[in-house]
Ligand binder design. Structure first.
Ligand SMILES: [Zn+2]
Length: 400
C-alpha cells in the first residue's frame, strides 16, 4: 500500500461493485458515486501485479522428448486479397541459423512452417527451409483463394495440391480467411462458407496425397462480443481491434459447425484443428472428437486457456492423448503477439505447462498477460502421454 491507503482501496472496490451491479450510466447518483470512487485510481494499463505466492518454480531447459512443433510461421506469403496469381514472393520471418539455435537449445527436432503459400512462393519456402534441412523443417501449402472465381477452380485447386505435394509440401494450411473474410469476389460480395462445395475436391485431394489439413476457423469467443468492460479479452482487443468479429460476422458456433460438416464429408482426410478448435469449451470439442475419428487438435497460442482449467485439460489430454499435437503458433520477431514470439522463453513456458504441476505462472513472456489477465497451472502429464504429444502423434500424421 505505498501510494494508496487501505481505506482508499476499500472505498474504490465497494463503490465500484454498487455501480456495476445496478448497471447505470456515468450520470445521476450512481454515476457520481462511481466517479468519486475511481478518482485517482490506477489506470488498468499501468497495473502489473506481482504474485506473492511462494510455490515451486520449475525451469525446463529441454523438453522430456524431442518435439515436433506443428504450428509455426517461419515465412509469410502475400495475403489472400493481394491478387497474386502464381504465389508472389515469400518473406522469411527469421534466418534459418537463428531459428536452428533455439531448436537445438530447446530440443526441437522439427518445425512445421504452415504459411508456405503456393506457386513460386511455396517453391521459395521449400528452397529456403526444407531442402537444405529436410530433417528440421517441413512446409505446408495454402489454397489460392484469389482464383475462386475461375470456373474450373475446384478441380484446379485439387490438382495444385497434388503438385505441391510432389514438390515437397507435406500438408495444407487453411487460415481463418475461410469463413470470416473470403467473399465471392475475393474481397467483396457474399461471404463464402467453410463447407462450400467448391472446396470438396481440395479436401479430398489432401486425403489422397496424405497431406493433413491444419485448419483454423473462428477465434476466442470473446472476439465475437462487444469490446467493453465485460469482455475478458478487453486489452487484447483494444490492442488489436481488427481481431474483433463482433457484428457483421457469422457466429462462432456457425463457423465451427460448417467446419465439422467438412470433416464429416471427408473421412479419409486428416484434419488438425488449430488452437484446440474451441479451447474455452473442451466439452464441445470432446463431442466433436468422439464423433469424427479423422479430427485432431493442436494447442498453439492457447495454453492460456488450457492452463486456467488445468483439471479439465488434464482429463482432455488423457482421453485424447493420441489426437493432440504440440503447437505454439510461434512467429519469429512477432513482437505484437508476446504469446507467440518464437524463442527460448516461449518453449520453456510450454514445457512447464505440459510437464510440471507448477501453479499460477505466466503463459507468455510478457510484462502483462497479453490475451487476458490470468495465469496458468501445469497439467503434469506422464511420460507416455508427453511422448505422443511432443512427437509421435505429429510424426504419424505427417507420415514420418
Ligand atoms: Zn497460426
Amino acid at each position: 500500500m505505498s501510494r494508496w491507503s487501505r481505506r482508499q482501496w476499500m472505498t474504490a472496490v465497494g463503490a465500484g461493485a454498487v455501480a456495476a451491479s445496478t448497471e447505470v450510466d456515468v450520470s445521476g447518483q450512481f454515476g457520481e458515486q462511481r466517479a468519486e470512487a475511481t478518482k485517482g485510481l490506477l489506470p488498468l494499463v499501468e497495473y502489473e501485479p506481482k504474485s506473492m505466492l511462494t510455490v515451486p518454480e520449475s525451469k525446463i531447459e529441454k523438453s522430456r522428448f524431442p518435439v515436433i512443433d506443428i504450428h509455426t510461421h517461419l515465412s509469410w506469403s502475400p495475403g489472400f486479397s493481394d491478387q497474386a496469381p502464381g504465389g508472389g514472393k515469400m518473406s522469411p520471418t527469421a534466418t534459418v541459423d537463428e531459428i536452428l539455435q533455439v531448436m537445438d537449445r530447446r530440443n526441437l527436432k522439427m518445425l512445421v512452417n504452415l504459411t508456405g503459400g503456393s506457386g513460386t512462393c511455396l517453391d521459395q519456402a521449400l528452397d529456403y527451409f526444407h531442402k537444405p534441412h529436410s530433417d528440421r523443417f517441413l512446409v505446408f501449402t495454402e489454397p489460392s483463394w484469389w482464383n475462386i472465381k475461375q470456373s474450373n477452380y475446384p478441380q484446379w485447386q485439387a490438382d495444385e495440391l497434388g503438385k505441391a505435394r510432389q514438390k515437397g509440401a507435406r500438408g495444407l494450411k487453411v487460415l481463418k480467411t475461410l469463413g470470416l473474410y473470403l467473399r465471392e469476389n475475393v474481397t467483396t460480395g457474399d461471404l463464402i462458407k467453410v463447407d462450400d462445395k467448391r472446396f470438396d475436391p481440395m479436401w479430398e485431394a489432401a486425403g489422397a496425397n496424405k497431406m493433413p489439413v491444419l485448419i483454423h476457423v473462428s477465434d476466442p469467443e470473446a472476439f465475437f462480443l462487444p469490446i467493453d468492460r465485460f469482455n475478458e479479452r478487453y486489452e487484447e482487443l483494444h490492442a488489436h481491434p481488427d481481431w474483433s468479429f463482433h457484428g457483421n460476422f457469422p457466429s462462432n458456433k456457425e463457423v465451427h459447425e460448417a467446419r465439422n460438416r467438412v470433416v464429416e464429408r471427408h473421412p479419409k482426410t486428416q484434419f488438425i484443428l488449430a488452437h484446440v478448435g474451441d479451447s474455452e469449451n473442451l466439452g464441445w470439442v470432446s463431442e466433436w472428437l468422439d464423433k469424427y475419428p479423422n479430427m485432431n487438435v493442436e494447442f498453439g497460442a492457447r495454453i492460456g486457456e488450457l492452463g486456467r482449467q488445468p483439471r479439465t485439460s488434464h482429463k482432455f489430454f488423457e482421453k485424447y492423448q493420441d489426437r493432440i499435437l504440440f503447437g505454439t503458433d510461434a512467429v519469429p520477431h512477432g513482437d505484437e503477439y508476446p504469446q507467440q514470439v518464437y524463442g527460448d522463453a516461449l518453449y520453456q513456458i510450454y514445457y512447464r505447462f505440459l510437464e510440471t504441476e507448477d501453479e499460477y505462472f505466466d503463459y507468455s513472456p510478457a510484462r502483462v498477460p497479453p490475451q487476458g489477465r490470468w495465469r496458468i497451472y501445469g497439467v503434469g502429464l506422464p511420460e507416455t502421454i508427453l511422448r505422443k504429444i511432443y512427437h509421435d502423434n505429429a510424426a504419424r500424421l505427417l507420415g514420418l
